[in-house]
Design a protein. Structure first.
Lengths: 331, 268
């Protein structure tokens, strides 16, 4: 695993700390008996192999990985929904099963679903009661939250008539009803239309501005890139990259992007030794080369009678990083 | 703690009574009352009240038992199937509080359900008794019978929660129904065990197994006073209290086991 932690991180007490987390599921497949494979009736699947991570106060931490990498299982273990097979989890220094820990956390599960026959204000009232919020404060908070997530118009509509986006917004509302210090969001932006994504993103940004630590998993790399301070990429139940996003993106292979004005065939001949892909844009050509070769490229371009129009460092996208880290697994 | 348990109970009740299945069960109970009236027309005049009385008791008790099985299995299953359980388990609430809240919510709902079905039954009974014959209906027994129906529902409900806490809903439904049928027939096993002759009269493994069953399967016949109502025998308050205490002891054990399984369950 490659890590890029800053030394100051070690001095700050993490909000969420996960050490050597493992989860193995035992699966019983009785149908194997019918296909005469009795030795395969009982088998175990390692969903999470060895996860170590720390989420620091006030940061937005992105947790990404391909399908089946172990993201949701890890989150569920942190939220006391699944018992880890091995390892330790600490939420604000407490075991995640303790009330002291849970009181400070808000959680939005993947594809949230609520009681069909209840109305949004009834659901929020229920969760408010569980948090021990008083009746008056609850009423005020529910009105504020419904307004904040744009569900004020649907306050008397049964939840079975809600769209996916509306359920997602209600999910966010119930996750922040206790004004959590840590907000855990499992795929909060998946399946939403662009407008819905923007609304949820705005709420995340607003929560961050309030000082809430945010830990979220997503498949949508552009959102992770846009919102996160630090990321961890998980693959096959293990973290394969973790660190400050900017550092991770600039720590890849150092490359530069050049735009050159030159006659195409002369340029291709001059740069034959590099084996690069030239993109011709009218009379100009664009290409990316390793930074240490820039000097020789400039010389070759001049010799071919060309002119350098622009030269700038080429930064990896999160997608490049993701593909490299996961070996091209599907996101 | 009490506030959280009551919050779960109130939410369970609210979700249940808006469920269409619950509405169907209420209609079923009311239909049974109407069937009782129709059947009474077939009886000779002074037996009409007894038909309404006996058939009404049977109807309310049966619909109540079915409701307890269905609600106990369906509502917990829905929590797991629709994954609404994720949002509640991750909140600062202990798992035993969730189980207890569900149980109390459903039990109070069933109590209201029994009262709701008893009122039209009693009203019909009163009308027939007052208009046609007079003095045939045994009001005390019918009222005591209503308390016992809630007691039986309590045991069935806790058994349904117990099975739902560790297995799939379909199996939980089958197990609960099987348990209900066994419970209804436990009096036969008790009779065999106390008989001087028969397969269970002599000491042996079969008798030991039979005796073991009396400890793990509640005798639901203690909640059934239909014979007493039919024959006009008084049902004493002390009998009702001891039957409710018997049911409560089984319910407590079932709830403890439900909490044990529910606390160790992974929510996938």
């Amino acid at each position: 695993m490659e890590t890029n932690e800053t030394s100051s991180n070690e001095e700050i007490r993490p909000v969420l700390r996960v050490d050597s987390l493992k989860k193995t599921f035992s699966i019983v497949e009785l149908e194997r008996l019918l296909s005469f494979q009795p030795n395969q009736v009982f088998r175990s699947v390692e969903a999470v192999r060895n996860i170590n991570l720390s989420v620091l106060p006030g940061e937005v931490f992105g947790f990404l990985g391909p399908n089946g990498a172990g993201k949701t299982t890890t989150i569920k273990m942190c939220m006391d929904l699944i018992e880890p097979t091995e390892g330790h989890i600490q939420l604000f220094g407490h075991d995640p099963r303790q009330r002291l820990a849970k009181e400070k956390v808000g959680y939005l599960p993947e594809h949230p679903y609520f009681y069909d026959y209840l109305k949004p204000q009834e659901i929020l009232d229920y969760f408010g009661r569980v948090f021990g919020i008083g009746r008056k404060e609850r009423k005020k908070k529910i009105n504020e939250l419904l307004d904040r997530v744009g569900l004020d118009h649907a306050r008397n509509r049964p939840l079975r008539k809600f769209s996916k986006g509306m359920l997602q917004r209600l999910g966010i509302a119930q996750a922040i009803i206790n004004e959590p210090k840590l907000l855990v969001l499992d795929e909060p932006l998946s399946g939403l239309d662009p407008m819905g994504r923007k609304e949820i993103r705005d709420i995340i940004i607003e929560q961050r501005a309030k000082g809430t630590t945010i830990f979220f998993s997503s498949h949508i790399l552009s959102d992770i890139e846009h919102l996160c301070d630090r990321v961890a990429i998980v693959n096959h139940g293990e973290i394969v990259r973790e660190g400050v996003l900017d550092t991770l993106l600039s720590s890849g292979q150092r490359q530069s992007e050049l735009v050159v004005r030159c006659e195409p065939s002369a340029l291709e001949k001059a740069l034959q030794f590099l084996q690069i892909n030239l993109v011709h844009l009218g009379s100009a050509s664009r290409f990316v080369v390793d930074s240490e070769k820039v000097t020789s490229v400039i010389e070759a371009v001049h010799k071919a009678g060309g002119m350098i129009e622009s030269l700038q460092p080429h930064r990896d996208s999160l997608e490049d990083l993701f593909v490299r880290a996961t070996g091209g697994s599907e996101a | 703690m009490i506030g959280r348990i009551f919050a779960v109970a109130a939410n369970t009740r609210r979700e249940a009574y808006r469920n269409r299945a619950f509405l169907v069960l209420i209609l079923m109970g009311l239909t049974m009352t109407i069937i009782g009236i129709v059947l009474s027309k077939l009886a000779v005049r002074n037996q009409a009240v007894k038909v309404i009385q006996d058939f009404g008791y049977f109807s309310v008790s049966m619909v109540c038992a079915i409701t307890a099985i269905l609600l106990g299995v369906i509502l917990l299953h829905k929590e797991l199937d629709k994954k609404t359980i994720y949002t509640i388990v991750s909140k600062p609430i202990a798992r035993f509080e969730i189980v207890l809240g569900k149980f109390l919510g459903l039990l109070t709902l069933l109590a209201v359900f029994v009262v709701g079905l008893t009122i039209p039954w009693m009203a019909t009974l009163w009308m027939y008794d007052a208009l046609y014959v007079g003095g045939v209906a045994i009001w005390d027994d019918c009222l005591m019978g209503t308390f016992l129906m809630v007691g039986e529902a309590m045991v069935i409900l806790s058994a349904a929660l117990l099975f739902s806490s560790w297995t799939r809903p379909f199996l939980a439904g089958i197990f609960t129904f099987g348990y209900f049928v066994m419970g209804k027939n436990m009096y036969l096993l008790r009779e065999y065990l106390s008989a001087d002759t028969g397969p269970l009269s002599e000491a042996g493994p079969l008798r030991t197994i039979g005796q073991g069953f009396t400890y793990i399967v509640p005798d639901l016949d203690v909640f059934n006073v239909s014979r007493e109502i039919s024959l006009g025998i008084d049902v004493h308050g002390s009998y009702v209290m001891s039957s409710l205490a018997y049911g409560l002891s089984f319910s407590m054990v079932f709830l403890c086991l439900s909490v044990f399984f529910f606390s160790r369950r992974d929510f996938m």
